[in-house]
Design a protein around this ligand. Sequence first.
Ligand SMILES: C[S@@+](CC[C@H](N)C(=O)[O-])C[C@H]1O[C@@H](n2cnc3c(N)ncnc32)[C@H](O)[C@@H]1O
Length: 262
Amino acid sequence: MTQLVFDEAAAKAVEAMYLTPDVVAQRARVLEMLTPKPGEHILDIGVGPGLLAYDLARLVGDKGRVVGLDNAAAMVALARTRLAQLKQAECVEGQATELAYPDASFDAVVSTQVYEYVADMPRALSELYRVLKLGGRALILDTDWRSIVWHSSDNARMDRVLAVWDDHLANPHLPATLGPLMQRAGFAIRRVEIVPMLSAHYQPVSYAAGIMRAIHGFTRTNAARHGLETQEVQAWFDDQQQLIAQGAFFFSVNRYVFVGTK
Ligand SMILES: C[S@@+](CC[C@H](N)C(=O)[O-])C[C@H]1O[C@@H](n2cnc3c(N)ncnc32)[C@H](O)[C@@H]1O
């Protein structure tokens, strides 16, 4: 596994991708499923650029509290800037597997697109469970990268490129086993839903366009470790550009949202 490094450039790229209408709609679904209330204390694990934490902080209001935690300094810096005006919010560096908070500190904990990067999920979930109050809600959203439907002129080459991309995560198929993992940590599962990222045609400002750029960059750098030539990665990318020009682009992938209670 060669995980993505969330340095300043990667943090900016994630921020741009997560400002697209697809991911704005995802955040609206997450908020609807989490139902943050004024005065609540909420932890956002893997806060990233702080877009969800910003919405959460506004919803809990100045009598509430939102903590955004991330293990990448560049992400914490971005989130801090975004949340600077909201006194009820703070951003800290930390690990999902080692939460520096007392038991029963939060009414709700949210973690979107983070646990797929975490190798020790039993430990991460036991920490999440520990810091939740009794009756508190946990919302976890992750992608199963097997759920991709992505049109290509060469499906075998597409599979080879996506196999390299899978390597950017500790578990590219986490959602398929997340329910039992959460139950083993003590959670009662209340809701499980899919949030699709769908581009039935190409739009330059979209999740699909952003993730294609990210996959291109990552697979070019890591192709050799999988016995792939960088020329093959480039041919895959060029094929996508041709399909876009022909109006034949199609991409979709599913995110899976689990809501559990303690
Ligand atoms: C794809 S981004 C998602 C950001 C944010 N949750 C969102 O949905 O907008 C993944 C984030 O998880 C963070 N992350 C990955 N592994 C982590 C860990 N073990 N502990 C804390 N943060 C982690 C990364 O630094 C990055 O900011």
